[in-house]
Write a protein that binds this ligand. Structure first.
Ligand SMILES: NC(=O)c1ccc[n+]([C@@H]2O[C@H](COP(=O)([O-])OP(=O)(O)OC[C@H]3O[C@@H](n4cnc5c(N)ncnc54)[C@H](O)[C@@H]3O)[C@@H](O)[C@H]2O)c1
Length: 441
């Protein structure tokens, strides 16, 4: 029994094989690999392989030049952009943008790997399916940037952007800015907000939420990804102004509890948020205070005075003038505004900047220009004025002139026919007068 136990113990601890060969020294395997590499010209093949790969990476970017796509897309929106005269001509300005060295590239995120060409900027345009936003998108795409439009289509339309569908540098996301979103971008143009009284009064709580929570979300995104942020504020922050014309240093005369407050106070809060993110979190912000703007793709029947008059005159309805018609507004053509927004974004100044056309018109004078453009027999109908309607509105644009080198170049009598042509097509499906959209200065 005891011998049996001893035997089992030997089984569980097998003896070490004392006859096994000694382990190889590591340097022996290295020299063997080197000898293998040198044999049969294998090293030459490796070197040739590296050379070919480097060549492919160096040549690849020029063959995948985005201009391949640009050709198709540059044709469409240019119809709305008229070259201004002299040094403010948009064509000239566009060239300046495209050739400016180092233009915004500091934001494009880190070193570019050897052999890869730098691409355009990645830009988010919230509200990009709307009137102003869609024209801005056209310019950015034409410049060679990649654009992501974020829009909930409350007042925006896919039709405004359809000419970019299929372009690899264009993306459209249905999203409400009151919800957070995470995107890797270099710049954020924050336009999302209903702009006409008819639309922003439709759901005032939603309007203020868009202005406050929406702006907070986009500023949060800018902070997280280190993007530059531009807010499209409004001349409405001056309320019913007691100072004329309005300078950026004027703090305004706004009713905080009126029917327009969801918009006016909403934009004032958005400006506050932008400045606090700038001072407190170092976000690079830009603030534009936009004055009345008109042009193709405006919503028809949105209650804004130019679109109202044009649609009514085209339909042979009387043009409705609220109050005595002596209240004044200034009207800026959309391409002038887009130019100003882009200059502001690329410049070094935070703002706020007034962006508007200082040419001042009473409502009756505007009605007269519409009559001249569409129908000399168009009638005018007077109605009681709406609540909190400002009496005077005219921008002082000295600051934008001096610091952005910007001023509008399209007068009302040149811009209005372009808008009329677009409205005529949308109201009557009439495509005959497309040629009239290219009036030169
Ligand atoms: N057009 C003007 O005369 C004017 C004047 C002053 C300021 N602005 C400002 O410029 C910006 C653009 O104005 P516009 O005239 O193009 O107006 P618009 O109504 O044509 O465009 C606004 C866009 O924002 C989108 N939007 C609205 N709420 C949204 C939300 N919660 N989430 C995502 N998208 C949303 C709409 O669908 C629309 O596409 C606005 O911020 C407006 O306040 C315009």
């Amino acid at each position: 029994m005891s011998s049996e136990l001893t035997f089992r113990g030997h089984e569980s601890h097998p003896e070490v094989d004392v006859d096994s060969p000694k382990r190889q020294k590591p340097w022996l395997s290295v020299t063997r690999s080197i000898r293998y590499m040198l044999g049969e010209q294998r090293l030459v093949f490796v070197l040739v392989g590296i050379a070919i790969t480097t060549l492919v990476f160096l040549l690849l970017p020029s063959s995948s030049n985005p201009s391949r796509f640009d050709h198709k897309y540059e044709q469409i929106p240019d119809v709305y952009f008229q070259s201004g005269s002299g040094s403010t001509g948009l064509a000239a300005q566009r060239v300046v943008y495209e050739h400016r060295a180092g233009f915004g590239r500091i934001h494009s995120g880190g070193k570019v790997p050897l052999g890869l060409k730098r691409k355009g900027l990645r830009i988010v345009v919230t509200g990009g399916a709307g009137f102003v936003g869609s024209h801005l998108v056209d310019r950015l795409i034409n410049r060679g940037d990649s654009v992501i439009v974020v829009d909930n289509f409350f007042t925006g339309r896919k039709e405004n952007l359809m000419h970019h569908f299929g372009n690899p540098r264009f993306e459209l996301i249905r999203h409400d800015v009151v919800e957070p979103i995470l995107l890797e971008v270099d710049q954020i143009y924050h336009l999302a907000c209903p702009a006409s009284p008819v639309h922003y009064k439709f759901n005032p709580v939603k309007t203020i939420k868009t202005n406050v929570v929406g702006t907070l979300n986009m500023l949060g995104l800018a902070k997280r990804v280190g993007a530059r942020f531009l807010l499209t504020s409004t001349s409405e922050v001056y309320g019913d102004p007691l100072q004329h014309p309005q300078v950026e240093t004027y703090w305004g005369n706004v009713n905080p509890i009126g029917v327009r407050s969801c918009y006016d106070e909403g934009k004032r809060t958005a400006e506050t948020l932008a400045m606090d993110y700038h001072r407190g979190a170092g976000v690079e912000v830009r603030i534009a205070r936009i004055f009345n703007t008109y042009g193709p793709r405006m919503c028809i029947d949105d209650g804004r005075v130019v679109s109202n008059f044009v649609a009514q005159a085209l339909r042979k309805e009387p043009m409705t003038v609220y109050g005595d018609g002596k209240q004044t507004r200034s009207f800026q053509y959309v391409s002038d505004l887009v130019e100003g927004l882009m200059r502001l974004m690329e410049g070094e100044h935070v703002g706020p900047f007034n962006l508007g056309n200082p040419g001042e018109f009473t409502m009756l004078e505007l009605a007269q220009v519409v009559q001249e453009t569409i129908d000399p027999n168009a009638k005018i109908e007077f109605r009681p004025n709406t609540e909190d309607d400002p009496h005077k509105r005219k921008p002082d644009i000295s600051k934008a002139k001096e610091l952005l080198g910007w001023e509008p170049s399209i007068p009302l009598r040149k811009g209005l026919p372009l808008m009329v042509s677009d409205f005529r097509q949308r109201i009557f499906g009439d495509h005959k007068d497309t040629i009239t959209t290219t009036v030169s200065n």
